[in-house]
Structure formats: C-alpha cells, structure tokens
Design a protein around this ligand. Structure first.
Ligand SMILES: CCCCC/C=C\C/C=C\C/C=C/C(=O)SCCNC(=O)CCNC(=O)[C@H](O)C(C)(C)COP(=O)(O)OP(=O)(O)OC[C@H]1O[C@@H](n2cnc3c(N)ncnc32)[C@H](O)[C@@H]1OP(=O)(O)O
Length: 280
C-alpha cells in the first residue's frame, strides 16, 4: 500500500517536469520544472546517442539557452532505453574529410567547454551504458547518479586503438585520481556500476529513475542557501586547471586529433571496430 508520504514524494518528483522548453533540435528534449527551475535534458539520437556533430551542437545550444534563461540546475540524461551515450559517433571519425573532422572536433571541444564550465549545478542521470564520450559527458557534470546495476561506464578508447585526449584524461583524474585513471585508461576499462561506485566514478547507484530524480533534488538542495555567484566562482576555481589546458591548447588539440585519426592504421582499426559492432 502506498503511504500518503510516498504519494506526495512521488508526485513532487514526477509532476513538476511539465514545462517543455524547445532545444531547437529533435535530438534533445528539455523539460523545465516550473517550480524549481531545474531542467532535465534528454539526449535522443537513436539508436545509441552517438555523439555526432549535430547532437554535440544541439547539446551546446541547449546549455547556452539554459544559462541565458536562468535555469537553476541541469540534469543530463537520455531518452533511449539502456543507453546513456555510446560515445563519439565513430562514423564521424571514419573516412571523414579534414573539413568535417575539424568541424566535428571543434564542436566537441565547444560542447565540453560549455558543459564543464557552466555555473549551473549539473547532475548526470546515467540511465544506460556510458562508454568513452558518454563517460566524458557524465564526468563533466558535478554529480553522477547511475540507475540500475547492469550498465558500464569508462574511457575505453585504447580498446579501439585510440587514446583519450588529455582533457578527457584530466577530467577523470580530477574525479578518481591519477593512479586509478592510469590503470583504467591504459587497459581501456569499462567499470561495472558497482566498481564505478566503489572507485568514486559515480556518486550514487539507485534502482529507479524516480530515485535518481530524488537524489538530484537532494543535490540541488545543497545550494538553496548558497549565493549563485559564490558557488559559480568556486566551481570555476576547482575546474580551472583542466579547463584552461583546453582553452589554451584548442588548436594544438585539434591538430593532434586530425593527425592521429587520419593515420592509415587508425582508420583501419576504426573500420574493423565499426564492422564488429554492426555484426553483433
Ligand atoms: C592512436 C590515434 C588516436 C587518435 C586520438 C585522438 C583523439 C581521440 C579520438 C577519439 C576519442 C574517442 C572517443 C569515443 O567516444 S569513441 C566511441 C567509443 N564507444 C564505444 O566503444 C561503444 C561502442 N558501442 C557499444 O559498445 C554498444 O553499441 C553499446 C553502447 C553498449 C550499445 O549496445 P547495443 O547492443 O544496445 O547496440 P548495438 O551495439 O547493437 O549498436 C546499435 C547500432 O549503433 C551502432 N553504434 C554503436 N556504438 C556506436 C558508436 N560509438 N559510433 C557509431 N555507431 C555506433 C552499431 O554499429 C549499431 O549499428 P547498426 O547499423 O548495426 O544498427
């Protein structure tokens, strides 16, 4: 039997996410809680939320609009069952022209800079697998809640014959430290939910989206009495080192990406990996 309290709690979690806010893209759904001002942003690019130029651009525009429209917080999640994001869309990196590869990489950099540095409090509600770029999205938020114990998360780039760029690596170092990051990245480890919780890569593991929303509410509640400017500046200082590297080295980072990704053996590896995914 549902108690009155359970009913009230359930209603307060589920009902208020009613006001839609157009992201301007069919790939990103945004609902703003009209009482709290918290936005829930759901990626919805079938089949696996592969991060292509279009989805990355749509996310970037969404983050901008939420800041401009004075949202009070953001939950980044997915509307695709069992998938948070499969990471960068490999088809964008396979056989791409230098122009398209550059545009793709620059859009990824801009999206990350915006997400990582937003003054809004951010929660990743990880309701599916989150390899590589999917893990980067989650790690760039301030708090990570995974729903269900069957999913994996991590930077598995070396398994594809790639390496995670320095800013991906630094983002992980800032969460689980250099020792665990080195171990995880050199082996391309995908952590189970339990392992991720133990190592601190996620903050909570819950059984349902309802619980995850309640955890997010609790996280946002921490800042109720904290002036936004003080909170934002503090976040800036904590994140400055990781962020500044990319801000100062964008061109160099793009060159490293372009030069490495176009190497014949790297392209061959990507082609084989894509084929292996399609054969499954
Ligand atoms: C040495 C040189 C280095 C250069 C270094 C410079 C910079 C670094 C460059 C890049 C960093 C890379 C970051 C990345 O994010 S790479 C992406 C890594 N992602 C993965 O490895 C995940 C792969 N996918 C999966 O494991 C699974 O798909 C899944 C997410 C667990 C979901 O499994 P499920 O069974 O539900 O789905 P399918 O596997 O059947 O997939 C459905 C469909 O989607 C296609 N697909 C899956 N993932 C991707 C992807 N990342 N990109 C493009 N397409 C993807 C898959 O092929 C299927 O396609 P189909 O046509 O068969 O429907």
């Amino acid at each position: 039997m549902t108690t009155v309290l359970q009913h009230v709690v359930r209603r307060s979690i589920l009902r208020p996410f009613a006001k839609s806010f157009s992201s301007g893209s069919p790939l990103v759904d945004v609902q703003v809680n009209d009482k709290t001002g918290v936005a829930i942003v759901k990626m919805g690019r079938a089949p696996v939320n592969g991060l292509n130029t279009e989805l990355l651009g749509a996310l970037n525009d969404t983050f901008d609009s939420l800041e401009k429209n004075k949202a009070t917080g953001m939950i980044l999640s997915s509307s695709i069952p069992n998938i948070y994001s499969a990471g960068l869309d490999i088809s964008e990196m396979y056989n791409g022209t230098p122009e398209n590869l550059t545009k793709f990489w620059n859009t990824l950099q801009s999206m990350w800079i915006n997400l990582y540095s937003t003054p809004l409090p951010t929660v990743a509600l990880i309701n599916g697998n989150a390899p590589a770029g999917g893990c980067l999205l989650a790690m760039s938020c301030e708090y990570r809640v995974m729903v269900g114990s069957k999913f994996v998360i991590g930077l598995n780039e070396t398994q594809l014959g790639l390496f995670a760029p320095k800013w991906f690596q630094d983002t992980m170092v800032s969460i689980i430290g250099p020792r665990q990051t080195e171990l995880a990245l050199t082996s391309g480890k995908l952590f189970s939910a339990q392992e991720a919780l133990k190592i601190g890569l996620i903050d909570e593991l819950v059984a349902s989206e309802e619980e995850a929303l309640a955890s997010s509410d609790k996280f946002f509640g921490l800042f109720k009495r904290i002036p936004g400017y003080a909170r934002g500046q503090t976040k800036n200082f904590v994140r400055a080192e990781v962020l500044d590297w990319l801000l100062k080295n964008r061109e160099h980072d793009t060159k490293v990406f372009l030069n490495s990704i176009q190497l014949p053996h790297v392209q061959k590896g990507l082609g084989l990996y894509l084929q292996s995914l399609k054969k499954k």
